[in-house]
Design a protein around this ligand. Structure first.
Ligand code: UP5
Ligand code: MG
Length: 199
């Protein structure tokens, strides 16, 4: 086909580590398209006639990870739409995915050979900083999971399910770690150094 094989960077880190913030900055400076799995799920939750709205709503509030079939179909659709509109847009930041074994298996089953995962960009940050950032954002975000109760569950899920996925990629030398506890600009300087080296 004429469409290029997509190049993917998985962007991972705890809730509120700054994945979305940094992805926006990357998009301004590099030819990447940002796809946040969480944003896509929230959009699907709000779509009239979605058969998954209620399920997604419950999972997000509980900080649980949505079954991969749903997430993958949203990610695939978004990637295909982007590349159909503009053939040169074949580099993607996939933010907040894969979060557990189910996600990883689903990706490998569906996307093996169809996309090149370059590496995992890991925003490393203490739980305390993560929680405080989300609580601060919660004053105005309207997100149903930016409250203490949901945050406790999100952190738990992150430690139990997502950290092991990052560890697996680490074993294969596929993780680029950034200290995410610093200012937005300091973090982005580290991100740029990584991207410039890899490009
Ligand atoms: N902020 C950012 N950087 C800062 C810095 N350096 N210094 C000071 N403040 C900083 O940032 C969070 C807040 O911190 C903002 O107010 C920002 O201004 C400030 P943001 O960039 O939004 O952080 P991010 O890491 O993107 O936080 P987010 O809350 O989006 O992370 P989560 O991973 O928790 O949320 P996500 O949207 O990815 O997932 C939500 C839920 O969806 C999951 O819990 C799960 O239930 C579900 N989900 C799935 O089931 N499957 C998926 O594949 C993905 C999601
Ligand atoms: Mg985010």
């Amino acid at each position: 086909s004429l469409i290029m094989k997509p190049k993917v960077i998985f962007v991972l880190g705890g809730p509120g580590a700054g994945k979305g913030t940094q992805c926006s900055k990357i998009v301004e400076a590099y030819n990447y398209t940002h796809l946040s799995a969480g944003d896509l799920l929230r959009e699907e939750r709000g779509r009239a006639g979605s058969e998954y709205g209620q399920l997604i709503d419950t999972y997000i509030k509980e900080g649980k990870i949505v079954p991969v079939e749903i997430t993958i179909s949203l990610l695939r659709k978004a990637m295909e739409e982007t590349m159909t509109k503009d053939e040169t847009k074949s580099c993607f930041l996939i933010d907040g995915f894969p979060r557990n074994e189910d996600n990883l298996h689903g990706w490998n089953k569906d996307m093996d050979g169809k996309a090149d995962v370059k590496f995992v960009l890991f925003f490393d940050c203490s739980n305390e900083v993560c929680i405080n950032r989300c609580l601060e954002r919660g004053k105005s975000s309207g997100r149903t999971d930016d409250n203490r109760e949901s945050l406790q569950k999100r952190i738990q899920t992150y430690l139990q399910s997502t950290r092991p996925i990052i560890k697996q990629y680490e074993k294969h030398g596929k993780v680029r770690t950034v200290d995410a506890s610093r200012t937005v600009d300091e973090v982005f300087a580290e991100v740029k150094a990584i991207l410039d080296k890899e490009a």
